[in-house]
Design a protein around this ligand. Structure first.
Ligand SMILES: [Zn+2]
Length: 731
């Protein structure tokens, strides 16, 4: 968002050009897996388009890529019936079952009336697709435009999640064809990439919120949100794996369908493999089991189907699933080990979490010693190996451990038959294990369901465990980034009672205790000076870093930055009402009353919504928060925003104001894209080399322009240099 490039073209030309460019970039990323621009570039071009559309409302289009960042929240989900039911797929758990299925396919196809296949002569062509652990969805395109997105639901009808699908960049809003089918229903999987899953969980962990146990839960939780802005922030993926209603002869086989969809700009799975016959399919299944752990999405099996649509039709369906497809499921990564003890950890908001310490065991390639027990409710009520029987988890038990979505180890049950006689009950702490302060249980332990318990918290604001966690967080790299104040140093200072360190502001008063710091173990003159210098320079980090460092619930890294972009300093932030903290989720009337634009897409993003803004607002105005802010201001911490209105700054960076000539063929860019990209960064791209040219970017087979540039002594970059500079410029 570094502003708009020089207006070299008329808006009526530039707007469609930008839209095409952004769509091409999406296609390159999601369909071709060969990105043509970086994320910041994409955002910059999007900002340029947005500005043009705002200045020229007559050029706006509901399917413009600018409308993919949010929109009015929906009130609730309505149900839509599937024109063609979304049937479930039968599962197979070993290769014998896969072969049995194939034998039935051969038998079905060799029937006289089908007449499609002579089982003695050749193999049936099969296609194996990774079974992504996501949510099945049906996308309906009419005349090439996305009109509905519906979840699988019960297979007959599902929830209308069009608002969510429209902000998922992997899903095209408009198909790339001048003659698309009148009706085309694409079925596929919405999923959360593992990298994104980990990012979200890190944010949730930072805010002491419950972690998502696997990417599927996280994707489902995301789609359930009513606010498109919140959905857009989580970068869901999509791949097509089937078809619903289509009004033309669109494709003759599944491989054909996938190729046609890719041509229309719809992503398909690039690990989809066509196999002649069952032996090759089983080889593919086995090979994929080794490869799948390196992918950026969670898989639990492989879907095998008959490729040819006429054969599929001849095989037909049973009452609940098609006969021409089945899913092979890999054995879940689960193992058993002995529970040695349970630790009670206190987080920075006081949340107390039970953690299992176990005999080390190998699970999905890593040695696991610790696993989450989630909460004390789950400790009291766990599954056993006996059908329907449940028990509490005891120390000494043989426990079943699983990697959720192959990521976080968790205890999922107890082998009751192996319980030793002296297995000891786990006692949930009645007082804080660190400060002995009072503990609150959510929801309160009542009469109705005494087993239910989601969280326990130490409510003592002066709890040393909480204070330690808060200080470590505040000083952390992504927050205030205080050089020299790592966990070890914090522990060392906390262990010395004569140095006060209980609040964030105390950090900035440590210089008053230089002598005492010098007396600490392994703290020489140089180390102390470095620490104090690190603290001094952290004072100037600005509002976003202070907010994220405070570890306020719902105010993570991203939200802090968004708030700082919107408010010029702390007073500005504290001066507004709860509703101004969540412009995106306001009704039209409420937005108008506060002076926000009618269209939610035009309102500023704050990262907060209906559920979270009131809590954040209340906290910011609480006595405790005021005391913290006042104290920080007193010790000289900068509470103004460094990010305020950054979007209006002039372009800067290595390309700003430069006249650039492109020549030759570049492997990673087409000329138009690169030109737009450089212009977006404030450069002027011209056709011929002269004395006024600052820079020539030369690809392969560059001709006379390169020679001329050499003659004139103009700076010349090859593609590798260009990539380096772009990477640097985009930070
Ligand atoms: Zn405590």
């Amino acid at each position: 968002m570094r502003g708009v490039p020089p207006a070299t073209r008329k808006p009526a030309q530039r707007v469609p050009e930008l839209r095409a460019l952004l769509r091409r970039a999406n296609r390159a990323y999601y369909v071709d897996h060969a990105p043509i621009m970086s994320d910041p570039e994409f955002d910059r071009l999007l900002a340029e388009l947005d500005a043009l559309e705002k200045a020229h409302p007559e050029l706006d289009d509901p399917d413009s890529p600018t409308h993919r960042v949010g929109g009015e929240p929906i009130e609730g989900f309505r149900t839509i019936a599937h024109r063609v039911p979304m049937l479930s797929i039968d599962n197979a758990y070993d290769t014998t079952e896969v072969r049995d299925w194939y034998a039935r396919v051969l038998k079905g196809l060799s029937r006289d009336d089908a007449g499609l296949f002579d089982s003695t002569s050749k193999d049936v062509r099969l296609v194996c697709d990774p079974k992504i652990d996501g949510l099945a969805i049906s996308l309906r395109y009419e005349k090439g435009r996305l009109v509905h997105a519906v979840t699988r639901g019960d297979g007959v009808k599902g929830d209308d999640v069009t608002h969510a699908a429209r902000v998922i960049r992997a899903i095209p809003l408009v198909l790339e064809s001048t003659t698309p089918p009148h009706v085309l229903e694409v079925r596929g999987e919405i999923y959360l990439p593992i990298s994104e899953f980990e990012r979200i969980n890190k944010e949730r962990e930072a805010q002491d919120e419950d972690l998502f146990m696997n990417p599927r839960n996280a994707a489902a939780g995301t789609l359930k949100q009513l606010d498109p802005g919140a959905i857009a922030q989580r970068r869901l993926g999509f791949v097509a794996h089937g078809r619903g209603e289509i009004d033309t002869e669109f494709a003759s086989s599944y491989t054909d369908l996938l190729a046609q969809l890719r041509a229309l700009g719809v992503p398909t799975n690039r690990h989809s493999i066509a196999c002649e016959g069952i032996d090759k399919a089983i080889k593919a299944i086995e090979a994929f089991d080794r490869a799948r752990h390196d992918l950026d999405y969670a898989t639990d099996g492989m879907v095998v189907r008959v490729d040819d649509f006429a054969s599929q039709a001849a095989l037909g369906t049973t009452s609940k699933s098609p006969r021409w497809i089945m899913a092979y499921k890999y054995a879940p990564e689960r193992t058993t080990t002995r529970l040695l003890k349970v630790e009670h950890q206190v987080g920075k908001t006081g949340k107390i979490t039970p953690r299992a310490v176990m005999e080390p065991v190998l699970l999905s390639g890593t040695t696991v010693r610790h696993a989450t027990l989630h909460n004390y409710g789950r400790v009291r009520d766990a599954a056993t190996e006996r059908e329907g029987e449940r028990t509490d988890i005891r120390i000494g038990d043989l426990v079943q451990v699983e990697k959720a979505g192959e990521i976080i180890p968790q205890v999922v049950g107890v082998v009751l038959g192996e319980r030793p006689k002296n297995a000891a009950k786990v006692t949930p702490p009645e007082a804080c294990p660190r400060c002995a302060g009072p503990v609150e249980i959510e929801p309160p332990e009542g009469v109705e369901q005494p087993l239910l318990e989601t969280a326990r918290r130490c409510v003592n604001p002066e709890c040393p465990a909480q204070i330690r966690e808060k200080l470590v967080w505040f000083a952390g790299r992504k927050q205030m980034d205080i050089d020299g104040l790592g966990e070890k140093t914090i522990d060392q200072i906390l262990a010395e009672p004569s140095i006060p360190l209980a609040t964030f502001a105390d950090i900035f008063r440590l210089h008053e205790h230089r002598e005492k710091l010098l007396a600490l173990d392994r703290m020489g003159e140089k180390k102390v000076d470095n620490l104090l210098a690190g603290i001094e320079s952290a004072k100037g980090r600005g509002l976003a870093k202070v907010l994220s460092g405070m570890g306020i619930r719902y105010v993570g890294d991203t939200t802090s930055k968004l708030l700082a972009r919107r408010f010029k300093d702390l007073d500005d932030l504290l001066s507004v009402g709860e509703e101004s903290l969540r412009p995106k989720s306001l009704s039209r009337d409420a937005a108008r009353a506060l002076g926000f634009p009618d269209d939610p897409a035009d309102r500023p993003e704050t990262g907060l919504g209906k559920d979270t803004a009131p809590a954040v607002h209340a906290y910011l105005r609480s006595k405790a928060a005021r005391r913290t802010f006042d104290d920080l201001a007193r010790v000289g911490v900068d509470l103004t925003s460094h990010d305020y209105a950054a979007g209006r700054a002039a372009p800067q960076g290595p390309f700003a104001g430069k006249t650039i000539v492109l020549t030759g063929t570049l492997a990673g860019y087409d000329r138009e894209t690169l030109k737009a990209l450089l212009e977006g960064m404030g450069a002027k791209v011209t056709g011929s080399v002269s004395k006024n040219t600052h820079l020539v970017i030369a690809g392969n087979e560059a001709g006379s322009k390169l020679t001329k540039a050499q003659d004139l002594g103009v700076e010349i970059w090859d593609e590798a240099r260009l990539n380096d500079e772009l990477a640097k410029a985009n930070g």
